[in-house]
Design a protein around this ligand. Sequence first.
Ligand code: MTE
Ligand code: LUZ
Ligand code: MOS
Length: 749
Amino acid sequence: MKNTDSISHVTGKSIYLDDIPVQKGTLHSAVFGSPVAHGKITKLDISKAEAVEGVVKVITYKDITGENQIGGIVEDEPLFAEDEVHFHGMPIALVVAKNETIARKAVGLISAEIKEHEVIIDPREAKEKGHLLIPPRTFKMGDVTQAWEKCEYIFEGTVESGGQEHLYIETQGAYAVPMENGCIKIYSSTQGPTAVQKTVAKVLGVAMHKIEVDVNRLGGGFGGKEDQASAYASMAALAVKVLGKPVKLCLHRHDDIRMTGKRHPYSSDFKIGLSKDLKILAYQTTLYQNGGAATDLSPAIMERTLFHSTNCYFVPNTEVTVFSCKTNLPPNTAFRGFGAPQGAFVIESAISKAALELNVPKKVIQQKNFLNENDEFQYGQIATGVNIGKCLSTLYQKYPIEKLEKEVEEFNSKNHTIKKGFSLMPICFGISFTKTPMNQARALVHIYQDGSIGISTGAIEMGQGVNTKMIQVAARIFSVNTSRIKVESTNTTRVANTSPTAASSGADLNGNATRIACEALLERLKKTASEMLKCSINDITIKDEAVYNKNVKTDIKWAQLVDKAFLDRVCLTENGHYATPIIHFDKTKEKGHPFAYHVYGIAATVVTLDCIRGIYEFDKVLIVHDFGNSINPTIDLGQIEGALIQGIGWMTMEEIAFAKDGRLLSNSLSTYKVPDIYSVPKVVDCTFLEAEGPELAVMRSKAVGEPPFLYGMGAFFAIQNAILAFNPKYKPDFDAPFTPEKVLLRLYS
Ligand code: MTE
Ligand code: LUZ
Ligand code: MOS
């Protein structure tokens, strides 16, 4: 099935937040953010801004009717700064005006006198000074201390990985409209409508039922709107509460890039020990997560780093510790992969280091240490459905990998200023929110009298195609044409208490809820059919919109059956509830079974490096990925491609630069380089692994949103190998992103 949004997208008719027609009298707003990264506000002068013709009010924390608190996990983040600011761009005030131009102009007239404090942007420095967002956590298996003695080889090193700007095409924003009796309806560009509802209710000091959140679709989220959309929705809603008029807030790109959090940069130390036959016996790592100025989702991201710190390898003795460090950056947040890429990058670096030092191909060490069926992860879960080995063998079957490697060698022997590099990047990603209670979802399914169907779930469509998948689930259960089915906007009044659409589990959770609702409705319709045909309900099936009795087609059609059921006063609405079975986790022991299943895959990457200029191009990325029984191969392939390129961007060109004073230097697309059509690999090919999907994946179609982001790491190691082919004296280091500047320095180091 084609993505249901494809036609409206290409004809420009898809409706995003800024396309919603505004009511007469709607006011517009803009945020005044802190001009310094850390300090005490001694004076805030809003008088000049308020005097501007067309400005209605400048709202500050003083106008908050509930709590000035938006922290979702830890209550440590005010909506508006009171007397202290903790990051550059931290919201201090909201100017509300007749139009956006006036609001933005007035923002420039606000002045704040701030006594500046010391600014810390480095996570290790923060840790040294005791600035942690939450206590550190450690995952352990076996005993590393004892294991070192048994190791033939031990290597140590440090690894850096940088932040990443989400760069969703649609910036953060919300449109809040007053309803009767103090209720407010909010259109928000959020992955978490319930998070918005809950946060707004708290900031305004009203019950959640007074707040209705509605989301049609997002122009991308990538994690950036899992939590951080709530702040902007709260500002708009607060302005509605104070002024009684509809208020809209859409961040300009510059403000969005400056004020919102990004992927967490990590700085890490590792120690890896191998036996003589290259089995990894012990792995110990300490990771310093740069959390920014407030906790936001950092504890959950820390947790996923811990879970994925050994990627797809079995390491009998493991000890991993993460420190979540408080710095004066905007609070860092969810970003595709959610801490897993940062964790996996460290063990991949450690294995690379071992391989280079021992002068053996990295793939030999990788392969020798792949997880096997029934191996234990360091968090206690027993690995089942492991097919990383099968991904590798399929890669060699489907693609001439050996030939490719030879070609790279031959090319390098013949060329002096241009070198090629090859890498293999295997991945393993756990599916489920690591916080077990979040793994639940609901779907409200209506069958209308004419036989058409409307589905509401908690899932947010952000380009990943979840709405299309919901339609496919319902179409399969009912065996009706997909054109009969529509997915409604995501709305907290229709589907309440939703988890954000995140953790790649949007389709699994909401799809299973949809399945459950549809199955219940189908049973009722079958009963009606059996009454019409005076036969047993067990003999009834529905296939391609027709009713069958003992597999014999009758002349009763879907629409007719629905009509009869309605006349018989059968309920044609059902609410399906799904909670992932089996999963659990005990934080006191750091052991359990947190994931419904794991996603595996492997990518081979070839890069061509210009050794005069330090610039590079990717010739090929060849992937074997485990989709299970993909419900929509076209959409899933799009997810692979998008995630791969996003991962390559993170590893190569996307460099976030902060000045020492905490000001973001890479604050626009002229200074922050993201992959474009010219930087994508010349060939990207993906083979679908032949494997039966797990029962806990919706229709056995595995979650796909985040895992392929990790393939991008192959780019880093391919470049590293190309540098080594040119400069054998280069002592490999691990400092992503591998920008052309850094590459050039290493070519001649
Ligand atoms: N694809 C597009 N086009 N846009 C997005 O914002 N977000 C990614 C991924 N793919 C995203 C995307 C992230 S971070 C997640 S968690 C999943 O989609 C969420 O959707 P799913 O759970 O339905 O896969
Ligand atoms: N969000 C979250 C996530 O709250 N918990 C998770 O485990 C997670 N994983 C990936 C992305 N977002
Ligand atoms: Mo994705 S980082 O789980 O929104």
